[in-house]
Design a protein around this ligand. Sequence first.
Ligand SMILES: [Zn+2]
Length: 411
Amino acid sequence: MEIFLFYTILIILIANFLFERWLDYINSKSWSSELPPELQGIYNEEKYKKSQEYQKATLRFALVTETLGFIAILIIYSTGGFGWLDGIIRSRVTNPIYVALLFFAILGFITEFVSVPFSWYDTFILEAKFGFNKSTNRLFFLDKVKGLVISSIIGGLILSLIVWIYLVSGELFWLYSLIVIAVFSVFMAMFYSSIIVPFFNKQIPLAEGDLKNAIKAFSMKAGFNLDNVYVIDGSKRSTKANAYFSGLGSKKRIVLYDTLISDLQTEEIVAVLAHEIGHYKKHHIYYGLFFSLISTAVMLYIFSLVSSYPVFAKVLGSEVPSFQLAVISFGILYSPLSMIIGMGQNHFSRMYEYQADKFAAEKYTGSYLVSALKKLSVNNLSNLTPHPAYVFFNYSHPTLLQRIKKLASIK
Ligand SMILES: [Zn+2]
């Protein structure tokens, strides 16, 4: 059984890696020098070339980081590194909650530490080369430290609670931990923008002027309170522009990047806002939360059925079964299923994007949304001709071309 499980996990690790590289490869082959008719003229020749160079550079970078990560996992796994680490901690600490916390903390810190140089390269060499980066070394390292502190505190608390439930609850572990995760998810969905985001960015109300008046006129018509519209200082890190809807109930908000406001014309910004209001009106946050909790329930339930088998620890090189080792081996075994679930979530997410686009086209003007999307794609040097299989597996948004075609079909 142990040998069978060992090779099954190994095969899944290798298959996952190869499958993702294959998707990257066919995606890179679908770059074309000719743009589809709907997209012609949005890039000039020089900028289009630049966008393809950017895509190539990010792909090469991903190939290097993914390959190194893959090799590291293979080595740690096949030499029994996870079991060895668990044993070392266990020989010094007895409380199983502390053992689990230390286990994940050490893995997390090592991963973070090793990834910093790559992340630095990505920001200050790659993104900078294409004119995107606005971050400074000070801001970059401050972000890293804040991120690490916040995730250690939140992650540590949730993890302690779940390990404790695991140790005391028996068969109903999956249900109790699901309740903890559900409460936490709803809390985060509500307060992420007001508690976490301020550590990294300033969010301010819209400044007085034409834009505010235009947004006010539309949001009143659409039944969305203007007080819930914020501008975020994304420009301190990158020139890339974005907008998003977040929060539940009274905590809902639409956040527009300052870069979006400086790149687009008033009507285009209102069209983007209309799209975000569409997400709110169609309750997409609630659906997203609901589906993610269903998939978490399935995962926790299967985990609770199998996690106590000693083979889950043995396969990682330890004679002592534990929560943390079961999480690692189960996590890898479960990854093909979680990939399928992720595919489903991306499918729904793309459907929501069409619905929000439709809302914007019906309540405002589709043509302004089209010109906004075009400008955003050009400024972000987006890939205009991704491979359909790549889109199917990885894209949470439809491609620019798909959105333009769909918008054109709305009367
Ligand atoms: Zn959207």
